[in-house]
Design a protein around this ligand. Structure first.
Ligand SMILES: NC(=O)c1ccc[n+]([C@@H]2O[C@H](COP(=O)([O-])OP(=O)(O)OC[C@H]3O[C@@H](n4cnc5c(N)ncnc54)[C@H](OP(=O)(O)O)[C@@H]3O)[C@@H](O)[C@H]2O)c1
Length: 255
């Protein structure tokens, strides 16, 4: 049973896409939502308004998680709202990039790792004093952590660097789960396939849609809500015996 009544939940990157749908799903389950955003202030505020209009509790918080101080700044704001008890953390904020091997720059690589790996790494460090027995962390990974997508070839764009950030995050999830398990804290990854968001705007083209459907057993494009419902389950007591796992949510991609 997915109930989070009386619980507090932080969702990073909740202004848009998968994070937004996740914040809505957790709010429906009864949690007080901390809606984190980077730049999309209007989207974040409209989400807070929507959750409150539906009888829920929500607050917006901003921090650039690609900066060295971003994680600590966010944790400080979380503490000022929830005090010393955060029940659920969903580490969702992330960026992607698809280019040919020859076109990757040092800056691209550093931005991807700063946002997708360093941010979550230090956010867990900074949130730890607020995470107690029975709390849990879900990290949004990706199917590309384990599977090569697209058409491999040096002349084709690939998400090579992005994929390696998701490989790193899955390694962190296993380590966090082992280290934090004795404190009663669960840590899992949810690994979406292609989901229709700003990040995956190639699904809007006929060619992109065809490639995507060609990889999947289920023949439609995944929606943010398809991922959000699984995250809400992972955050609930129904998932109390699951830790250190990575759950594919990809319509049966590349079976
Ligand atoms: N879409 C897919 O097909 C897919 C597949 C597998 C995994 N994922 C993963 O799912 C997660 C969400 O992706 P999405 O598709 O929902 O992406 P999206 O629609 O592009 O949204 C990204 C979110 O991350 C936030 N964000 C990005 N950089 C940030 C930064 N430096 N500081 C703070 N916030 C930052 C954005 O906030 P602002 O707009 O407020 O700056 C936004 O809320 C990512 O981790 C992504 O890798 C996506």
């Amino acid at each position: 049973m997915t109930t989070l009544k009386g619980k507090t939940a932080l969702v990073t990157g909740a202004s848009r896409g998968i994070g937004r749908a996740t914040a809505i799903a957790l709010a429906r389950a009864g949690a007080h939502i901390l809606v984190h955003y980077g730049r999309s202030v209007q989207e974040a505020e409209s989400l807070v308004t929507e959750i409150r209009a539906n009888g829920g509790r929500a607050d917006a918080l901003s921090a650039d998680l690609a900066t060295p101080q971003g994680a600590a700044m966010l944790a400080e704001q979380v503490r000022s709202i929830v005090g010393d008890r955060l029940d659920v953390a969903v580490l969702n904020a992330g960026i992607s990039k698809a280019v040919r091997i020859a076109d990757y720059t040092i800056e691209d690589f550093d931005n991807l790792f700063a946002t997708n790996v360093r941010g979550p790494f230090f956010l867990v460090q900074q949130l730890l004093p607020m995470l107690g027995e029975g709390s849990n962390i879900t990290v949004i990974s990706s199917a590309v952590a384990r599977t090569v997508v697209g058409k491999p070839g040096v002349d084709n764009p690939s998400v090579l660097a992005y994929a390696s950030t998701k490989g790193a995050i899955e390694t962190l999830v296993k380590n966090w789960a082992a280290i934090l398990g004795p404190r009663g804290i669960r840590v899992n990854a949810v690994a979406p396939g292609v989901i229709d968001t700003d990040m995956s705007n190639f699904t809007k083209t006929e060619a992109g849609r065809e490639v995507t459907l060609g990889m999947q057993a289920l023949k439609r494009i995944g929606k943010p809500e398809d991922v959000a419902d699984v995250v809400a389950f992972m955050a609930s007591d129904g998932a109390r015996w699951i830790t250190g796992a990575s759950i594919p949510v990809d319509g049966g991609s590349k079976l």
